[in-house]
Design a protein around this ligand. Structure first.
Ligand code: DP6
Length: 356
């Protein structure tokens, strides 16, 4: 017996960050968060459960993303690389949750492809685990509501729950697992804003975000942020619903710096060495953050945010995206031989099944 399904999900960018876990085994967050799905950053994942398989087999597609994984021929396609590392273990652990709900022990063949380059500073875990959750649930004929799917995706990677609904999404912090779910705040077409992701480096980061989550509460500033968050979440919700770009941008930017202030003052040590904090930035990151201040002072409506890495996300109303792109290119070319890659996103759709 066999059962397959393919799903597509988009990465998301947090405007109010998930930073710190109340329960790491369940990915219960210490605070609520708000995000937007990214239209140009998606993952397609195909899951085929098969009684004849002795173990799960995870394949990653390298190279330009296919429109649909149905075009890939398993397992002979040269673009497919079987992986057995940490990612494959994470996939198996997540499929175990779905197998247990479906009362089956069937193993699966999983093929996954990202539309965006690895190490671009856009987490593939959110889109990847959201697509995996939906594809596996469909293949196993589990009848789950969108809310239940978000709870399940959250178990795989916290931020993945926000990639299930479409557009602008809020994830609620809660004590019970079933109450910590994500729901749509507004659909993608509600507000035409652009996220211009500026990829300044492809090097993989030294400190994983899971480590950052673990250490967040060691920062002396963590309590202050916790106290401010309910008001910040409320103000961000309002700014999105009312399409108030100035308020949105000011909360966005100060929230990004609050998260990084926590990371920079977290008690971090590695390889028997003491560090004063977790540094996710590179010199180019700061150069861009300073340029944003100047562009804004000169009249360009642009604000930044950053996740746990050096990629800078620039947010602006859609009609300013070309001007902003030109400004970034001219800053990039101010140093000879330097090249920054840009990825332009609009508010993106939610996770969906793909016909093969
Ligand atoms: C900085 O969702 O990647 O991007 O739950 O351990 O998989 P795990 O963490 P993850 O953390 C994302 C952190 C962040 C902020 C955010 O997306 O809200």
């Amino acid at each position: 017996m066999s059962a397959s399904a393919t799903a597509k999900a988009h990465a998301n960018l947090a405007f109010i960050k998930y930073w710190g876990k109340a329960d790491p085994s369940l990915n219960l967050p210490l605070n609520g968060s708000i995000s937007m799905n990214l239209s140009a950053a998606s993952t397609i994942t195909s899951v085929s459960f098969d009684e004849s398989l002795p173990s799960d087999q995870v394949y990653i597609h390298r190279g330009p993303a296919p429109e649909s994984l149905g075009q890939l021929v398993l397992p002979l396609d040269d673009s497919l690389e079987q992986t057995a590392g940490a990612f494959a273990q994470r996939v198996t652990k997540h499929l175990d949750r779905l197998r247990s709900l479906a009362h089956t022990r069937m193993r699966a063949r999983i093929v996954t492809a990202n539309s965006f380059p690895a190490g671009a500073g856009i987490a593939s875990s959110a889109s990847g685990l959201a697509a995996l959750t939906l594809a596996a649930a469909a293949a196993l004929k589990l009848s789950l509501s969108e809310r239940e799917l978000t709870v399940l995706a959250r178990r795989g990677s916290g931020s993945a729950c926000r990639s299930i609904p479409a557009g602008f999404v809020e994830w609620y912090a809660a004590v019970r697992s079933e109450d910590s779910y994500a729901a749509q705040l507004a659909p993608p077409e509600h507000w035409p804003i652009v996220d211009l992701a500026v990829i300044v480096s492809h090097a993989s980061k030294k400190v994983a975000s899971s480590e950052g989550h673990e250490l967040a509460a060691t920062s002396p500033f963590w309590k202050t942020r916790q106290l401010e968050l309910p008001d910040k979440l409320k103000a961000m919700r309002r700014a999105i619903l009312e399409c108030d770009f100035t308020s949105f941008g000011q909360i966005l930017e100060s929230e990004a710096l609050a998260m990084h202030a926590i990371a920079l003052t977290s008690a971090y040590s590695a390889d028997n060495s003491w560090y004063s904090g977790i540094y996710y930035w590179l010199p180019e990151t700061l150069e861009l953050l300073l340029a944003v201040q100047e562009w804004r002072a000169a009249g360009l409506p642009v604000y930044f945010t950053l996740d746990a890495g050096p990629t800078v996300h620039l947010l602006c109303p859609a009609e300013y995206a070309d001007t902003l792109g030109d400004a970034v290119h001219s800053l990039a070319s101010s140093v000879e031989g330097r090249r920054w890659e840009l990825l332009r996103n609009m508010p993106g759709p939610g996770a969906s099944l793909v016909d093969r």
